[in-house]
Design a protein around this ligand. Structure first.
Ligand code: PLP
Ligand SMILES: N[C@@H](CCOP(=O)(O)O)C(=O)O
Length: 468
C-alpha cells in the first residue's frame, strides 16, 4: 500500500515509511492512496475469527509490501496476548438498542493500548537494523502517554519524550506515565493545555535543527498505524451484531478525532456503518464544525473528561481531505488559513459529505454524570466519564429517532472507570478499584521534568537529552 499526504507535497511512502515518519514533511497527515474494499462475502467470512486473526485480516491490505500476512498475524497475536479479556474488546449489552464496546482491557486501561501495543512491536520490527534510535515525541491529555510509554519502555532503538499538560490529567494517568523508570522514557509536564503540547510536537516535525540530528517518530494518532489498528474493533463489534447483514451505528467520545475516523475508514472498507456519532464535552469545536460548518478554536476548558479537553483536533484534517474529494491543494490552502486565523469554514461539499455519515452531540458535566448513573442504576455497569459522554450522545440520538430502533448503537467505552475515580465517586458513590495488572502506582517514585509551554525550551531540552 502507498500512502499520500493530505497536503500533497510530501513524499509518497510505503507502510514501513509511514509508520516511522508520523507527521508528513508538508505538515499534512498520511492516508492510504485508496481504500481497500471487502465484499459482503469477505466480511461474512470473518465471523468466528479470534481478535488477532481478525486484526490480521482487516489490516493486511494496509501493510502489503512491508509485512507478510504471517508476520502480521504473529505481531497481532503478541500484541493482544496480554489483554485481560479473551475477546480483547468485548461487547456488553446495556438495553434493547444500546451496547458498550469495552476497549480498556489492555495494560494501561484505555483504548489506546489496542493500537499502541501493536505499534510498539511494529517499531521494534522496522527498527531492527536502524543505525540510530527513533526519537518518539508525543503529546498526551492522559491516555496516549501511558499506553505509548508502556509499549516503548526498555525497547532498543527507541526513546520517548512525552508531553502532558501539567495538572490537567488525572492522578492515576500521571502516575501511569511518570512511575516508569526505563532509561529511554522521558516525561515532561508542560505549563499549558494539551493543545499547546500538541502544537509543539507538530512543530518539531518541521524543525530542521531537530530533524537533521534526530530521527523523529510519532505515537499520536497523526501516525497512520494508530488509526489502522483501531479500525479492527469496529469490524469486531459489527460482526457480532450481524454485519454485513445488519447495519450498526457507533457513538464515539471524541477529542483528536482519531478513534471516530477509524470508524469512517471501516465504513469505506465496506462495513455497514449506519452513522458515526461524534460525542464531545464542553470543548465542542467538533460538534460546531459538524453541525454548523464552523471549525474555529475556542478556549480550552478543563472538564471531568480531561482526555477530551482538546480544541485543535488532528485527524479532522483527514476527514476534510476526504470530504473535499481529496483535493490536496485546496486542503493545504484551507489549513494554511486555519494556521494563521485559528478558524476554518467548511465548504458546502465538505458539510454535505460529513453530514451524510456523522452526527455530533455535546455533553455537559451534568449530562455526563447522569449517563454514568443511568448505566449503573439501570444496566449494572460502572463506566468512566469519557464513555459516559459517548453514551449520552448515543441515547440523545436514539431518543431523537435519528437512528432506527432496529439498528444497534455501540458506544465505545474508551477507558476503565478506575482511571477517573473522582468522577465515578461523584456520579454513583462507588470507589472504582484499579485492576491488579497496573500494579501499585502509589508505591512507586515519579520522574518528570516541568517546563513552560515555550517551544525553544522544550525543543532544547529534548535535543540535549536525546541519545543519538
Ligand atoms: C478515554 C478517552 N476517550 C476518548 C478520547 C478521544 O479519542 P480521540 O482523540 O481519538 O478522538 C481519548 C483521547 O484520545 C481518551 O483518552
Ligand atoms: N486523548 C489523547 C490525546 C492524544 O490523542 P491521540 O489519539 O492523537 O494520541 C490522550 O489521552 O493522550
Amino acid at each position: 500500500m502507498r500512502y499520500v499526504s493530505t497536503r500533497g507535497q510530501a513524499p509518497v511512502l510505503d507502510f514501513e515509511g509511514v509508520t516511522l515518519t508520523g507527521l508528513a514533511s508538508d505538515g499534512g497527515l498520511y492516508l492510504p492512496e485508496s481504500w481497500p474494499q471487502f465484499s459482503a462475502d469477505e466480511i461474512r467470512a470473518m465471523r468466528g475469527l479470534s481478535y488477532p486473526q481478525l486484526a490480521a485480516r482487516v489490516m493486511a491490505p494496509f501493510v502489503d509490501g512491508s509485512l507478510s500476512p504471517d508476520d502480521l498475524l504473529t505481531l497481532c497475536e503478541k500484541a493482544y496476548g496480554g489483554f485481560d479479556h479473551a475477546a480483547t474488546t468485548p461487547l456488553v449489552q446495556l438495553d434493547g438498542q444500546h451496547w458498550l464496546l469495552e476497549l480498556f482491557h489492555g495494560p494501561t486501561l484505555a483504548f489506546k493500548d489496542v493500537a499502541l501495543q501493536l505499534l510498539g512491536l511494529l517499531f521494534e520490527r522496522f527498527l531492527e537494523s536502524a543505525e540510530r534510535p527513533l526519537t518518539i515525541i508525543g503529546a498526551t491529555s492522559g491516555d496516549t502517554g501511558s499506553a505509548a510509554i508502556h509499549a516503548v519502555a526498555g525497547r532498543d532503538n527507541a526513546q520517548i519524550f512525552m508531553l502532558h499538560p501539567e495538572g490537567r490529567v488525572s492522578e492515576i494517568q500521571r502516575r501511569q506515565m511518570t512511575t516508569i523508570s526505563a532509561a529511554n522514557v522521558h516525561n515532561i509536564a508542560i505549563g499549558g493545555s494539551f493543545d499547546d503540547a500538541q502544537a509543539m510536537v507538530k512543530r518539531m516535525f518541521a524543525d530542521r535543527a531537530l530533524t537533521d540530528t534526530l530521527d523523529i517518530g510519532a505515537v499520536n494518532s497523526i501516525n497512520w498505524a494508530r488509526l489502522m489498528a483501531q479500525v479492527v474493533y469496529y469490524f469486531a463489534a459489527a460482526l457480532q451484531l450481524g454485519a454485513p447483514d445488519r447495519k450498526v451505528a457507533f457513538s464515539v467520545p471524541t477529542g483528536n478525532f482519531g478513534d471516530v475516523f477509524a470508524g469512517y475508514v471501516a465504513a469505506q472498507m465496506g462495513l455497514p456503518v449506519e452513522r458515526l456519532i461524534v460525542a464531545t464535552n464542553k470543548n465542542d469545536i467538533l460538534a460546531r464544525a459538524i453541525r454548523d460548518g464552523d471549525y474555529s478554536v475556542g478556549e480550552s476548558h478543563a472538564t471531568i473528561t480531561p482526555s477530551m479537553d482538546i480544541q485543535v483536533s488532528s485527524n479532522f484534517e483527514r476527514l476534510l481531505f476526504e470530504a473535499n474529494g481529496r483535493d490536496a491543494e485546496a486542503l493545504a490552502a484551507q489549513m494554511d488559513g486555519f494556521g494563521s486565523s485559528n478558524s476554518l469554514a467548511l465548504d458546502a461539499a465538505q458539510r454535505e459529505g460529513i453530514a451524510a455519515m456523522f452526527s455530533a452531540y455535546r455533553a455537559t458535566p451534568e449530562d455526563t454524570l447522569a449517563a454514568m448513573r443511568w448505566a449503573h442504576d439501570k444496566c449494572g455497569e460502572v463506566i468512566d466519564p469519557h464513555t459516559a459522554v459517548g453514551l449520552h450522545a448515543a441515547c440523545t440520538a436514539t431518543m431523537a429517532d435519528e437512528i432506527d430502533a432496529s439498528i444497534p448503537v455501540v458506544t465505545l467505552a474508551t477507558a476503565h472507570p478506575a482511571k477517573f475515580p473522582d468522577a465515578v465517586k461523584q456520579a454513583i458513590g462507588i470507589e472504582a478499584d484499579l485492576p491488579a495488572r497496573v500494579g501499585d502506582l502509589f508505591a512507586l517514585e515519579e520522574r518528570f521534568e516541568t517546563l513552560p509551554a515555550d517551544y525553544d525550551t522544550v525543543r532544547d531540552y529534548i535535543s540535549a537529552k536525546a541519545t543519538r
